[in-house]
Write a protein that binds this ligand. Structure first.
Ligand SMILES: [Zn+2]
Length: 202
């Protein structure tokens, strides 16, 4: 069984600041009654949405808050973000396939394509030292940071802080000038609607 999930990925935030960002949003969303303070039972389970109106209006049933190299742990009657876990800051379709475009020449590149070794290496480097993750374009040979390669179909992003919205693909997020979508993004801390949107499933 797979459930549609919409991700908002902050591709600019430094890794050292990601856990604080996730924790601040957790406190805000618990404080205003949007989500349950308790994480689900599974290690990377999201927080259940308690705001029934939000679920009715958008289809979002649970919200996950992700920081590279961190996970949530139950601490008393609340969740606490601690070091560890599997979060690596790579977000893509559930099957791992995606297409990104060279920021210089806009040539598309997918894992498994001819010349994609540089991409696969960059994904490995990203997990250890993200600032060193560069990709050489097989088309124009330019080296550019992995974070600058955009996904035209919204199926890939890397970033140290991300929000997962479980239960729906919110296509309104990628419509320009959709005011309800912009308001929801603001509520989730994406004030300028500049987080990268990825449509995935969990
Ligand atoms: Zn290129």
């Amino acid at each position: 069984m797979s459930q549609p999930t919409t991700l908002l990925v902050d591709t600019d935030l430094e890794r050292d600041d990601a856990a604080a960002a996730a924790n601040a949003l957790y406190l805000k969303l618990v404080g205003d009654g949007t989500i349950s303070p308790l994480p689900g039972m599974a290690e990377d389970a999201p927080f259940e949405v308690l705001d029934r109106r939000l679920t009715a209006d958008t289809g979002i049933t649970a919200i996950g808050l992700h920081a590279s190299g961190h996970r949530w742990r139950l601490e008393g009657q609340a969740a606490e973000m601690v070091d560890g876990g599997r979060e690596n800051g790579i977000f893509c379709r559930y099957d791992g396939s995606f297409t990104i475009r060279c920021p210089q020449c806009l040539a598309p590149l997918s894992p498994g394509d001819e010349g994609s070794d540089a991409l696969e290496e960059a994904l490995i480097v990203w997990c250890d030292s993200p600032d060193s993750a560069f990709v050489a374009c097989p088309n124009c040979s330019t080296w550019t940071p992995l974070t600058t390669w955009q996904s035209p179909r919204h199926d890939f992003a890397v970033g140290h802080f991300a929000i997962s919205l479980h239960g729906v693909h919110l296509h309104a997020f990628t419509d320009h000038r959709n005011h309800a979508a912009m308001a929801l993004r603001q509520r989730l801390g994406d004030l300028a609607s500049d987080y990268t949107v990825v449509y995935s499933s969990t």
